[in-house]
Design a protein around this ligand. Sequence first.
Ligand SMILES: *Cc1c(COP(=O)(O)O)cnc(C)c1O
Length: 416
Amino acid sequence: MSKTIKKIPIAIPFMGEAEAAAASRVILSGWVTQGPEVAAFEAEFAEEVGAKYACAVSNCTNALHLALLAVGVQPGDEVITVSHSYIATANSIRYCGATPVFVDIEPQSYNINPLLIESAISDRTCAILVVHQMGMPCDLKATIDIARQYNLPVIEDAACAIGSEILWDGKWEKIGKPHGDIACFSFHPRKVITTGDGGMITTNNREWDQQFRLWRQHGMSVPDTVRHGAKQVIFESYPMLGYNYRMTDIQAAVGREQLKRLPEIVSRRRYLAARYHQMLADIPSLKLPTEPEWAKSNWQSYCVRLPNGCDQVQVMQAMLDAGISTRRGIMCAHREPAYSQEKWSCGIQQTDCSCQKGNCAQLPESEVAQDLSILLPLFHQMTEQEQNYIDQVFKANVRLIILTSPDLNKSLDSVP
Ligand SMILES: *Cc1c(COP(=O)(O)O)cnc(C)c1O
């Protein structure tokens, strides 16, 4: 057992000399934060997704905060969203002093179930914040139909969804156009392209875009670039409370190089996801992720659902022992201590809910998805051999666990 095995991580960013040279160029230029590189990255990003405006910020969480502020979310308001997401989704609502109202997900897409949105709308509802979870587009058509009926803005948490596509009026369009009102992206290293940390807000609304630009730089009326280039002395003013949500020019220069690699990265991820799909299809009790016919994922994560009763930790530990990193399924914010002290609505009007405080387990699909799903490694540089090894170890362990678990034996017939 002393054989050393090469470790396979869950993800590695795909960056190289081009990114290093871009960062170096900016560092040596004398202008290192929000400036010409940020402006160029914004223009190229807007072009890439088909949005009129793109505004770069420090990360996606801050992007979501500004998006919610722009559509008018205020203290005491409610925003409909999912608990089943990275905690930043729900946190951004709390930054506005508003309350996230959690709606359950669809089990196969891991995205908001549009059929449950309407019953979560109250007279305090101010916006709907949907997530394209793990890069899989959510059912935007159905969500937007409901939102328009109630005159509610739709914000897309597209943190993971750069390069994903949705069929819109018969045409394939990029996530970020935006199809709702505002879309927010992340460039954290765990996402499909990265700037170390970073975020982008896309919209077709010019006023909102201008608002984002003020907010991200302390609410300052004159940007640094304008003051720098001015022939006359100008003093800035601060007409509103702003934030420091800037992206640096070093990050933006890296982002521009990453954007050039995007088509190659997405096509490789699609190839590897299809390969997983083919290899794992022979365990019928395993639920594999599938695209609806109107969506193309960028496969930011490949998430498989274990059979009911299967011990997620046991499978993950066995994988880790074999040198393979995995992650549990997407978390649920309502189960975290940061959310346990408050009356988080569970999608049922609080007074109608038997628990009377809202944080009861009324999100069964969200919880089951967290408890039974496993994310397998998927990254650009992953070789076919590594993927074969993951497949082999994963299947051997899942079979073993199913075989040795009396409750699971029933599903044994389906295991080859
Ligand atoms: C990663 C992620 C975020 C947060 O992005 P940051 O850039 O790290 O702030 C928000 N929402 C979802 C769905 C995410 O996956």
